[in-house]
Design a protein around this ligand. Structure first.
Ligand SMILES: O=C(O)[C@H](O)CO
Length: 335
């Protein structure tokens, strides 16, 4: 039986969580909503907009793919909000300072995303090296002269991979690259422990320029912050080998995209393989979409059944920890 608040007594026992919606393009998957319902009374944005009484019930927000949008207006109407559980590792779509000024915590899911995103990094590197996308087109084209010797890819085995950003995802990329007999260089704000470096055979470079100069493949795996915005621009691209490939699996804005277009046009670097761009998707007439030496996927690093399920589970674990005053597995601290 529902009372005047619109919630049944069973729903009242569970904390109320705001979600963008269920199903559709921007909602939580139905099966994930079922899982969330085991722990929370779910309130969609539409329901919130219809009933002011729901505002003070909400103690958490589950954010998926930037939705719901967390702005001042929303924070102001949720007086009992304690935590925003981001499903995903990147939190550049959240204004951390603003959120923390409301005494609200932010959590993310660095563990759930790491395998699937590292896989996409490897997939893009291999696809670019072996010209997989071009190969697919050729296989279905009426032109049968395409196996000429001048249509060649390169091997990643024994090539040098430079990983910029050695967090969970970067480290999983290194593990995979080791199995391909790649030489691994990396740059990270904090150097990894010696035993971790040894496990994957990765060599630390204090200076990012050394990674850029020496690598055949440069993979970007950093968080997007004010420090990493346009981390790779004209100068950095010019440091790379003319035979090198840039792979971006973190956020588009880490690369100065105009400088990248220019570098690819002028053969400053050989190729690029991007799971992320800005904006997403790119306008259909964008030059990057017309270049044969560029592979673009639509931000699918975490687009697997397993990753999405684990992201939801990890987000729930974080949110419940905050609500129950327990140590929070993955809290994002605003600097
Ligand atoms: O940040 C992440 O984990 C992915 O990019 C999904 O948003």
């Amino acid at each position: 039986m529902a009372d005047s608040s619109g919630l049944s007594s069973m729903e009242k026992e569970r904390p109320s969580m705001l979600i963008s919606g269920i199903g559709g393009t921007f909602g939580v998957l139905e099966s994930h909503a079922e899982f969330l319902k085991k722990h929370f009374n779910l309130i969609t944005m539409k329901e919130l907009q219809k009933s002011k009484e729901l505002h003070e019930k909400i103690t958490s927000v589950f954010v998926l793919e930037c939705l719901p949008v967390i702005d001042q207006e929303l924070l102001e109407i949720l007086p009992n909000l304690k935590v925003i559980g981001n499903s995903g590792v990147g939190v550049n779509h959240l204004n951390l300072k603003l959120i923390s000024s409301f005494g609200v915590k932010v959590t993310n899911t660095p563990h759930a995303v790491s395998d699937s995103t590292a896989d996409i990094g490897m997939a893009l590197m291999l696809a670019s090296a072996r010209r997989l996308v071009e190969g697919c087109y050729l296989a279905t084209s009426p032109d049968t002269t395409h196996f000429a010797v001048n249509w060649l890819g390169v091997e990643v085995s024994r090539a040098t991979l430079g990983i910029i950003g050695m967090g969970n995802i970067g480290y999983k990329v290194a593990k995979r690259a080791k199995a391909f007999d790649m030489k691994i260089l990396y740059h990270n704000r904090n150097r990894r422990k010696e035993e971790e470096e040894q496990e994957v055979g990765a060599v630390y470079c204090k200076n990012i320029d050394d990674v850029l100069r020496q690598s055949d493949f440069v993979m970007l795996v950093v968080n997007l912050t004010s420090e990493t915005h346009n981390l790779i621009g004209k100068r950095e691209l010019e440091l790379m080998k003319p035979t090198a490939t840039l792979i971006n699996i973190c956020r588009g804005a880490v690369v100065d995209q105009d400088a990248l277009v220019e570098a690819l046009q002028n053969k400053v670097i050989k190729a690029a393989a991007l799971d992320v761009t800005y904006p997403e998707p790119l306008p259909r007439d964008h030059l990057l979409l017309q270049m044969k030496n560029v592979i673009i996927t639509p931000h699918i690093g975490t687009a697997t059944d397993q990753a999405l399920r684990m992201m939801t589970e990890e987000a729930v674990e974080n949110i419940l920890a905050v609500l129950n005053n327990l140590p929070v597995p993955s809290e994002v601290i605003s600097k």
